[in-house]
Design a protein around this ligand. Structure first.
Ligand code: TRP
Length: 433
């Protein structure tokens, strides 16, 4: 069979693919969500379960996504369809791609709101609004922000625009250039922050908290949260990595790249924990503070430390960059599909998609103010979107992808595409699916 090419372009090299996929994976999930759910679920034992989920579930499914994407060379909707047809099955498998596009919109709508908070805190840290702030005041700043739909809307709008500007540029000029610039910046900022936290008195306590495995603290619910989070943090189950895989050069090892991406994602999450918890402990604060951990607890800590303003600024800048390179991957599958389906250029595709996610985001940000009483299954809109995607749609999407790659795609196709020389490793992947 003749090798297919993507009409959207291709990454310049294997490393650009790894950088882009790592950019997708490393996001608010690592720096905002992981530390607070680890904090709420007792620390060490949760971290261990999470690591096992990444290795046993996340890595094999990520390999499946990349391989389907690269085989199909199109948006997840069309890649699923074509690969299914190539394996003599129904093109209806494209529904997995459809579910992914929907999940991408849903994630984006709350993701963009949180990213908007981050932008607000970058500005606040930069202008010195948080110097010597006490915990009451920090709580008030955050709650006032949540109660103010206008301010939320402004920052949400800015974030949507930032994402669309990159997607409009396409794979080479947009995505590739963005990750080449932003990912090194992200790593440098992260190392600066780690150096800083290692000097606080709380470092060893923070370290213990993350790596002391106490299983009596672990509940079944925590295991489910760890599993759901392993999908979320690796950007799995909705086709983001599949889309990135469709731009991947042919002659590169999928297994090796995926392990690198998963390892980098995990390392960043652990470092984020090692940055946040020591600062929390050094200031005698509560590690189980929930979603406000990053937005209430940390500003207080930074407000009291020497150089805290600069480090606070660096920290939120880091989070903003991470959120940006992730959010791009939530929309890219839909953008690629619009281009394929209607032959549009990226400009109209981005305008349409930008309006859709901007509108959905308004419902998410309203959860904290004008529609705070509106509940679905007992959740407000924001929590509903988070729960439905991370705990239901992504694991379900992942399950379908695993079933598809393990039972419907022919073994020959998988062997061709993954090109794992060791039969033992190939079988391990097959069994894991
Ligand atoms: N992985 C990102 C994070 O940890 C979020 C994300 C980006 C994502 N693209 C995704 C999650 C696709 C699920 C699916 O913040």
């Amino acid at each position: 069979m003749q090798e297919k090419k993507s009409i959207h372009g291709a990454w310049a090299s294997r490393w650009i693919f790894i950088l882009a996929a790592t950019g997708s994976a490393v996001g608010l999930g690592n720096i905002w969500k992981f530390p607070y759910i680890a904090g709420e679920n007792g620390g060490g034992a949760f971290v261990l379960v999470y690591l096992v989920c990444i290795l046993m579930v996340g890595v094999p499914i990520m390999m499946a996504e990349v391989f389907i994407g690269r085989r199909g060379r199109q948006s997840p909707i069309n890649a699923m369809k074509d690969v299914a047809i190539e394996a003599n099955h129904s093109g209806k498998w494209s529904f997995v791609g459809w579910m992914g596009v929907l999940a991408g919109f849903m994630i984006f709508s709350f993701y963009s709101v949180v990213a908007g908070w981050v932008l607000y805190y970058i500005a606040g840290m930069g202008t010195g609004d948080f110097i010597a702030i006490g915990s009451d005041d920090a709580g008030k700043v955050f709650n006032d922000l949540l109660a103010d739909p206008q301010t939320l809307l402004i920052w949400h709008t800015i974030f949507v625009a930032m994402v669309m500007v990159v997607i409009v540029g396409g794979v080479k000029k947009g995505l590739e250039n963005a990750v080449k610039l932003l990912m090194p910046a992200l790593f440098i900022l992260l190392l600066i922050m780690l150096g800083y936290s290692m000097q606080t008195e709380g470092f060893s306590q923070g370290f213990d908290f993350l790596f002391h495995f106490d299983f009596s603290e672990l509940s079944w619910n925590a295991v489910l949260i760890a599993l759901g989070h392993s999908f979320f943090t690796l950007s799995l189950g909705m086709g983001a990595i599949m889309a990135y895989g469709s731009y991947m050069p042919k002659k590169t090892s999928i297994g090796g790249s995926v392990i690198t991406i998963a390892a980098m994602d995990t390392i960043v999450a652990l470092i984020a924990g090692l940055v946040i918890f020591p600062i929390v402990f050094a200031n005698g604060m509560d590690p189980g503070a929930g979603p406000g951990l990053m937005f209430v607890t940390l500003p207080v800590a930074f407000g009291q430390m020497p150089g805290g303003q600069i480090f606070g600024f660096v920290f939120f800048l880091l989070v903003g960059i991470a959120a940006w390179t992730s959010a791009i991957s939530l929309i890219e599958p839909a953008a690629a599909w619009l281009v394929e389906k209607f032959g549009w250029s990226r400009v109209p595709a981005c305008i349409v998609l930008g309006l859709v996610v901007w509108g959905l985001g308004i419902a998410a940000l309203g959860s904290f103010n004008f529609i705070s009483d509106f509940k679905m299954m007992g959740f407000n809109v924001f929590d509903f979107l988070d729960f439905m995607t991370a705990n239901v749609m992504l694991p379900l999407g992942g399950l379908f992808i695993a079933i598809f790659a393990g039972w419907f795609v022919t073994r020959k196709m998988a062997e061709d595409e993954l090109a794992i020389s060791s039969p033992l490793l190939f079988n391990a992947w097959y069994i894991a699916l």
